[in-house]
Design a protein around this ligand. Structure first.
Ligand code: PRP
Ligand code: MN
Ligand code: MG
Length: 183
């Protein structure tokens, strides 16, 4: 048996497809932020692998900071967004790009956007690796999207279920019986 991989119903994006798409996003950001000081703000923990790949695909001088934000328990958004770690640096007057792994209900990013805008950045844009528009509570659109996905619970490449599966190198759909238990 293959622990972890046996829990996957279907692979949505392979490691190769992910790398290809991240390279494209990096090239786009390189073009759009040429001549400006780009400041990447990552939302931990899910965005860690995406940040690591994306920052190396951007061929510009840039800086990185991390903010810990969490709102999920199991497969459900609690709707209550918790800051687990604040930014290290000021973002006042800086060109911020928020790096997220996924936008689902939009609760997390709505909160983060409100929070960051109070700190008077020069500009704020969003890059998300995955976008799941089906369950959006409030209207929220990313400026850069890797892939738009259907309403399935996905894991891997940083995304977890109960803190696990983040280390899968691909994006997969979790088998229903893993999180729902036997029917
Ligand atoms: C997940 C994911 C996004 C957010 C998206 O984070 O990484 O940050 O939820 O969902 P939403 O649009 O419905 O708010 P989570 O709260 O699970 O914390 P984690 O990144 O530490 O896993
Ligand atoms: Mn997250
Ligand atoms: Mg999570």
């Amino acid at each position: 048996s293959h622990p972890m991989h046996d829990d996957i119903q279907e692979v949505l994006y392979t490691q190769e497809q992910i790398q290809q798409r991240v390279r494209e996003l990096g090239a786009q950001l390189t073009e759009d932020y040429a001549g400006r000081d780009l400041h990447l703000v990552t939302i931990l923990k899910g965005s860690l692998p995406f940040l690591a790949d994306l920052m190396r695909a951007i061929d510009l001088p840039l800086t990185v900071d991390l903010m810990g934000v969490s709102s999920y328990a199991g497969i459900h958004s609690t709707g209550e967004v918790r800051v687990t770690m604040d930014l290290d640096e000021t973002i006042e007057g800086r060109h911020v790009v928020i790096v997220e792994d996924i936008i689902d209900t939009g609760n997390t990013l709505s909160y983060v956007l409100r929070n960051l805008r109070q700190r008077a950045p020069a500009s704020v844009k969003i890059v998300t690796f995955l976008d799941k528009p089906a369950r959006r509570g409030s209207p929220l659109e990313a400026d850069y999207v890797g892939f738009t996905i259907p309403d399935d619970f996905v894991i891997g490449y940083g995304l977890d279920w109960n803190q696990r599966y983040r280390n899968l190198p691909y994006i997969g759909i979790l088998k229903r019986d893993v999180y729902a238990g036997p029917l």
